[in-house]
Design a protein around this ligand. Structure first.
Ligand SMILES: [Zn+2]
Ligand SMILES: [Zn+2]
Length: 146
């Protein structure tokens, strides 16, 4: 891989205590209205930008992790700022070797990443229209009963 051409993006929590830097393009960008994403963000959907772990570097020391187990029995672990509470990243048991980054936590240009899929569309608000071109799953992306 040519290091000169790899794109670099940075972001962090609201107060700036936790920062991250990503190198290259994400493997996957998903929007999702599952309960975890809506609770985590306090919003109608989460934006998850997934990179391989070796593409992401975190800095800062005031962070906390929280692990919970999903309805499907798999763990999710968030990383958030112990000072301001922003969740900036997470790891998922079902995506080994990857790191999710909160899509709204990037510095400008903020939304440089383009989503490809929408998960748990059955839980989205009625007033929210999913843009054309996204692969829509009613439940978990990749599950047989999409
Ligand atoms: Zn913070
Ligand atoms: Zn979700």
């Amino acid at each position: 891989m040519c290091a000169q051409s790899a794109e670099i993006h940075e972001g962090g929590c609201f107060c700036g205590a936790i920062r991250y830097r990503t190198v290259g393009k994400p493997d996957r960008v998903s929007l999702c209205s599952c309960e975890w994403c809506t609770k985590r963000t306090g919003s109608a959907f989460g934006i998850s930008v997934y990179f391989r772990e070796d593409q992401v570097t975190f800095s800062g020391d005031d962070w906390t992790t929280f692990r919970l187990t999903s309805d499907a029995g798999r763990w999710l672990e968030t990383r958030f700022c112990g000072n301001c509470g922003s969740t900036v990243g997470w790891t998922l048991e079902f995506l080994p070797g990857h790191c999710g980054i909160a899509g709204g936590a990037f510095d400008n240009p903020k939304f440089w990443h383009t989503p490809e899929r929408y998960g748990f569309a059955r839980s989205k608000p009625d007033w929210l229209e999913i843009p054309d071109g996204l692969h829509v799953f009613q439940g978990m992306p990749g599950s047989p009963n999409e």
